[in-house]
Design a protein around this ligand. Structure first.
Ligand code: NAD
Length: 484
């Protein structure tokens, strides 16, 4: 992926308008004065956040649409605002319980001592977020951080400057600088940000930048949650109901014009069915978007560099023998002017094509032939572990086989993407698609220290193991061996 936004000029540190080290120091000092915020305190923060986001919903929709060139307000409601509302409401319902000290069992040989676990806030959480869902991917980690009793600093993407500035203003109105701070700016700010000694750093973005961020964090031994990308496969089984499958894949691929970390990257299915599927998904895309150019429902590609990257992927595939089918019959120049890319189905692919190697992050859909389930699973398992995997079908034995014999961050069955917004299951990648998870209780845990506490009893028999070691000690050790 193109990593430098040519439109964003780096400023000198003196012109950033803030001092990252000083703000972190302020947040750490403030945290130390109240290292265990009460439930009432955390609840007030979450409610304040929900109210402010609600009050500014229209402004957020406009800012995001302006940053993209066009994005339907409905899409921002579906994929950002409702997700945030769900996350806050879930946290409000459950955090009080998650915060509680919990008893833990004590093994027989240590009785009558007791064990417990105290969830503690970590301190200051750093959040680095990408541009594709620029509000949701900054606020969802913030919900976890605040629910767990932390303070937070956010570095949003330089590709969405209007949204980032608005988010800074809105959060600045409800939180003091030592509670939540938004550091806007380019890669220079991001790089300095990732080098700060946070108590935890959550990064959402590409695998390549994730590596750089993890290295910077390692210098401070700052633990990281890395929410990265990759090529998420979709396997269509012979048993799939195609009238349900086609629209769901089309929707997952075309939401935000494919600029979704968990968008179905490519499809695996038997060769004999590829033509019919390609026809059907092109027709479906045209039904969703009767035109792509000028259509307020269809999202633009975020920047010229990203638009050019998608065109390059297609050109490379075509030069290497792929067949390309483009939905609709929009004027190419108009599409380019608006940075809109219609659904484009790519068949007859080969592994040396860039489109089969890089995360696509746009509405290009390679359909790869794979005759059996074992072929499809081999294809997936021999590549980098993906962020998501989709399986469409009705054959439960095959479904269970895929679920247990492939490794991916998460899965939706007979659907795309929706596993991501389930607050009761973890969201995260595995291997090159990420490490760690958040959302719901997993978010609370990611931003908490689960402190184990052992309390000894006055009746402890531990003294039988004190030196000097005698026959009595050996008798005791023999007894312990039997009961352990
Ligand atoms: P990106 O990696 O280019 O940028 C993400 C963030 O990192 C931005 O805020 C940017 O300022 C910052 N950054 C850039 N260079 C940096 C550096 N050297 N040091 C520290 N920070 C730096 O990603 P992007 O283009 O904004 O987003 C697209 C990628 O994000 C895709 O790969 C997509 O799959 C992934 N993504 C993952 C998830 C997820 O939840 N797993 C969600 C959305 C996007």
């Amino acid at each position: 992926m193109v990593r430098i936004n040519p439109d964003v000029k780096s400023k000198t540190k003196a012109n950033w308008g803030f001092d990252l080290n000083a703000i972190l120091a302020k947040q750490k000092t403030a945290f130390n004065t109240n290292p265990n915020p009460s439930w009432d305190n955390r609840k007030a923060n979450l409610i304040k956040l929900r109210t402010a986001i609600d009050a500014n919903a229209d402004a957020f929709k406009t800012a995001i649409s302006d940053d993209f060139g066009n994005r339907a307000y409905e899409e921002t409601t579906i994929a950002e605002l409702l997700v945030i509302q769900g996350g806050i409401n879930h946290a409000l319902k459950h955090t009080k319980k998650w915060m509680k000290t919990r008893r833990a069992p004590t093994a027989l040989q240590y009785l009558p001592a007791s064990n417990k676990i105290i969830p503690q806030p970590l301190g200051v959480i750093g959040i680095i977020s990408p541009w594709n869902y620029p509000l949701q991917l900054a606020i969802m980690p913030l919900i976890g951080a605040l629910g767990a009793g932390n303070r937070a600093m956010i570095k949003p993407s330089e590709y969405t400057p209007k949204l980032s500035e608005l988010m800074k203003t809105v959060l600045g109105e409800i939180f003091t600088e030592d509670e939540v701070f938004v550091a806007t700016g380019g890669v220079d700010v991001a790089s300095a940000f990732s080098a700060l000694p946070f108590d935890h750093l959550l990064f959402t973005g590409s695998t390549s930048v994730g590596r750089i961020v993890a290295e910077a964090a390692a210098k401070n031994l700052t633990p990281c949650t890395l929410e990265l990308g990759g090529k998420s496969p979709t396997i269509i089984d012979e048993s799939a109901n195609m009238s349900l499958t086609v629209p769901r894949i089309a929707n997952g691929k075309l939401l935000n014009a494919g600029q979704t970390c968990v968008a179905p990257d490519y499809v695996l299915m038997p060769q004999a069915k590829i033509d019919a599927f390609s026809d059907a998904i092109i027709k479906q895309a045209e039904a969703f978007y009767p035109t792509f150019a000028g259509n307020p429902d269809y999202t633009s590609i975020i920047a010229d560099s990203h638009y050019a990257r998608l065109q390059d992927l297609l050109e490379d595939a075509e030069n290497k023998g792929a067949k390309i089918r483009v939905a609709g019959d929009d004027d190419k120049q108009q599409l380019a002017k608006e940075r809109r890319v219609p659904l484009t189905v790519v068949t007859d692919t080969t592994p040396d094509m860039r489109i089969m190697q890089e995360e696509i992050f746009g509405p290009l859909l390679p359909v790869v032939s794979s005759e059996t389930l074992d072929d499809a699973m081999d294809y997936v398992q021999s590549r980098e572990r993906p962020l998501a995997l989709y399986w469409f079908g009705e054959d439960s034995a095959k479904r269970e086989k895929v679920l247990h014999q492939t490794i991916s961050g998460g899965v939706s069955i007979n659907e795309t993407a929706w596993h991501v917004v389930q607050e009761d299951i973890p969201f995260g990648g595995v291997g090159p698609s990420g490490m760690g998870a958040y959302h719901g209780e997993d978010g609370f845990r990611a931003f908490s220290h689960m402190k184990g506490v052992f309390t000894q009893s006055r009746f402890s028999q531990g003294k039988t193991l004190f030196p000097p070691y005698t026959k009595k000690t050996h008798k005791m050790l023999g007894l312990m061996k039997k009961i352990i």
